[in-house]
Ligand binder design. Structure first.
Ligand code: ATP
Ligand code: MG
Length: 263
């Protein structure tokens, strides 16, 4: 079997400003009526970096990235993307921001009445306002090929399996080549081979386009393939940060527990 690609973090190019912070979060708090979900979240995401977030179900991972794209309003803390405070943005500024951030929802979400091709053309014509049909076709085919679904180009979402729909969702997010990608469980529900391909695609996006990404996952192979840095979330705070090798040896049992089922 082919050895999985691994993120060695050494494919930098001269124009790659290594320390530029694209997302800055400090002391982020978010309560819902009956529950304190985010208690104190702080991190910086750098340009071209893949940061993986590990954490138990319900620990607040999705809520964190929903705050970043302005879908949820935090109760306290700093939250800046490309140097601008997200909570102070008006609707227009939020729209601009969302054009630079690709968000792969945990649930996927395709337009059911549109074919795969139409689903992929949508962000190109509506968001990027592209007009050249040849260019559009080329980009649609390129991204579908990358997720291994060129054959499904004329199918409707209802005719695809769950895993295929997930890959189309990923293709639709990637097609606009956003500067930041937020992946919420990109490989959940996929078979091991497809999961590995998706993880390698995430790595490829980072290397080719210098995409900065937050990847929420429980899939430890995905972590191994994609992560430059891992943070572990528990009960609304980050309890550990480090590389795969460092966290594997952590003295904290909760941290270590994520690494026990892998070789
Ligand atoms: N819009 C909302 N209104 C009220 N409560 C919410 C809302 N969104 C999330 N929550 C609650 O916040 C907590 C954290 O949810 P979140 O979706 O961030 O968990 P998660 O870490 O992503 O879990 P999973 O691994 O299961 O996806 C949960 O208790 C959830 O019920
Ligand atoms: Mg979640």
């Amino acid at each position: 079997m082919k050895a999985a690609a691994q993120n060695t973090g050494d494919q930098e190019t001269p124009e790659f400003k290594k320390d530029e912070v694209v997302i800055h979060v400090k002391g982020l708090k978010k309560d819902f009526i009956d529950k304190k979900v985010l208690k104190n979240i702080s991190f910086d995401l750098k340009r071209g970096e893949n940061m993986v977030v590990l954490g138990k179900s319900g620990s607040g991972k999705s809520v964190t990235i929903e705050c970043i794209v302005g879908m949820l309003k935090p109760d306290a803390g700093d939250l800046t993307v490309f140097g601008k405070e997200v909570t102070a943005m008006n609707d227009d500024e939020l729209k601009q921001l969302r054009m630079k951030i690709g968000f792969l929802f945990q649930s996927g979400a395709l337009y059911d009445s549109m074919t795969v091709r139409e689903n992929l053309e949508f962000p190109l014509t509506r968001v990027l306002k592209l007009k050249d049909q040849q260019d559009i076709d080329k980009r649609v085919e390129e991204v579908l090929d990358a997720v291994g679904l060129l054959d499904a180009i004329d199918k409707l979402p209802a005719d695809l399996s769950g895993g295929m729909r997930k890959r189309v969702g990923l293709a639709r997010t990637m097609i606009v080549k956003p500067e930041i990608m937020l992946y919420d469980e990109p490989t959940t529900g996929l078979d091991p081979i497809t999961s590995r391909e998706i993880s390698e695609l995430i790595l490829h996006m980072q290397k080719k386009y210098k995409t900065s990404s937050i990847i929420i996952t429980h899939d430890m192979e995905c972590v191994r393939i994609t992560a430059d840095r891992i943070v572990v979330m528990d009960d609304g705070t980050f309890i550990a940060e480090g590389s795969y090798k460092e966290l594997q040896k952590s003295a904290n049992e909760i941290v270590r527990s994520f690494f026990t089922e892998t070789t």
